[in-house]
Design a protein around this ligand. Structure first.
Ligand code: FAD
Length: 338
């Protein structure tokens, strides 16, 4: 467990049941209205009164409390794509005692899982990844060896709603990881947290000065930052620049059958304290890609049966990342406390 925080972490057991929505007026003694109470009554309709500073304080008080609580996290997940969200779901549900911070560079979490290949709607998952869809409650059509979710956004919005309801998970979006915190170790270096900044600030380091970052300490970091790009493959690129790994393997050509297993099986702790999963792993291992991309030419074999990225490997890589994390968590926590 991480060192004690100034504000106690939430302790209650995670419930994935839909909480009752809090309607305006439910605290101040006024009647809690239903939708039916409002329908057809718009002439007399009125919002509960509010002062602007109440809105401001309601947001900032909670955000600063979260910054305080999660400054010492148990696990940090970098990237809220399909892999990171799947890892967060499993970890947050299985271990309600752990504080899990997700750092997402984009304003909108979800990574590349809002659409299928070539911006088509459907999401294809090869079996047995359909087990995860049943776990989170996403409907699909069974096509034999693979299943099809009618819209990728249905998967992404569903898993995100489950993750965000977990009381021990905090998503910091519009925030990027711009460096890793390191400690000396027998293996050379151990990762013991992340250096963060507002993404919009990080994008302006070249034209503004003195925009120092913030930090989150954690005995374990799971990096799922996706393909190489302006933000992607972040941690593995940083491991190269800090000479912890020699070079990236580079994502290889398309081969769905080889690629998906490679991503899942290869999900592991790459250096002590840093687990890498999802498509970020294909950059370090030189694994094949298995989906379609607007940047690279489509191969005929990719369009025959499974038209688009098969996200099964991403979610199962998230599951494996969670498993690897729990396997080493106690050891890394002990080392981190020194
Ligand atoms: C070139 C290319 C090839 C593709 N190949 C495949 C394929 O082979 N198979 C397949 O299934 N799909 C493929 N896709 C589709 C799809 O992008 C991925 O499957 C899927 O989105 C990868 O999931 P992920 O969780 O690993 O990463 P992503 O969905 O990319 O999520 C990564 C998240 O990390 C965030 N992030 C990045 N850097 C940082 C940082 N420094 N700090 C904080 N957050 C950060 C990003 O904003 C993003 O939300 C491909 C897409 C492209 C563009």
């Amino acid at each position: 467990m991480s060192p004690p925080a100034a504000v106690s972490p939430p302790q209650q057991v995670a419930s994935l049941a839909t909480p009752a929505p809090k309607l305006a007026g439910s605290k101040g003694g006024s009647k809690t209205q239903t939708i039916d109470d409002m329908i057809g009554q718009w002439d007399s309709f009125k919002f509960a009164p509010i002062r602007e500073s109440q809105v401001s304080r309601a947001m900032t008080r909670r955000y600063f409390k979260d910054l305080d609580t999660y400054a010492e996290s148990d696990i940090v997940i970098i990237g809220a794509g399909s892999c990171g969200l799947s890892a967060a779901y499993v970890l947050g549900k299985q271990r309600p005692d752990l504080k899990i911070a997700i750092i997402e560079a984009s304003v909108s979490p979800g990574g590349g899982a809002w659409l299928g290949g070539q911006l088509f709607s459907a999401m294809i998952m090869r079996k047995p990844a359909d087990a995860f869809l049943r776990e989170v409650g996403v409907p699909y059509e069974d096509e034999g060896n693979y299943v099809v979710v009618k819209h990728a956004a249905l998967f992404t919005s569903t898993i995100m709603s489950k993750v965000l309801q977990l009381p021990n998970v905090k998503l910091f979006n519009a925030t990027c990881v711009e460096d890793l915190i390191t400690r000396p170790s027998d293996e050379g270096v151990r990762i013991s947290g992340v250096v963060t900044n507002w993404t919009l600030v990080a994008m302006h380091h070249d034209d503004q000065s003195c925009m120092d970052p913030n930090t989150i300490n954690a005995p374990l970091v799971i990096s799922t930052t996706g393909h190489d790009g302006p933000m992607g493959a972040f941690s593995v690129k940083r491991l190269v620049s800090m000479q912890r790994i020699e070079k990236l393997g580079g994502m290889r050509g398309l081969d769905m059958n080889t690629a998906e297993e490679a991503i899942v099986k290869g999900t592991r702790e790459i250096v002590p304290g840093l687990i890498v999963g999802g498509m970020e792993l294909s950059e370090v291992d030189g694994a094949n890609r298995m989906g379609t991309s607007p940047h690279l030419q489509l191969s005929a074999s990719a369009t025959n049966e499974t038209p688009g990225p098969t996200f099964g490997a991403m979610v199962l890589s998230g599951l494996k990342a969670a498993e690897e994390a729990l396997n080493v968590f106690d050891l890394r926590s002990k080392q981190n406390a020194l």
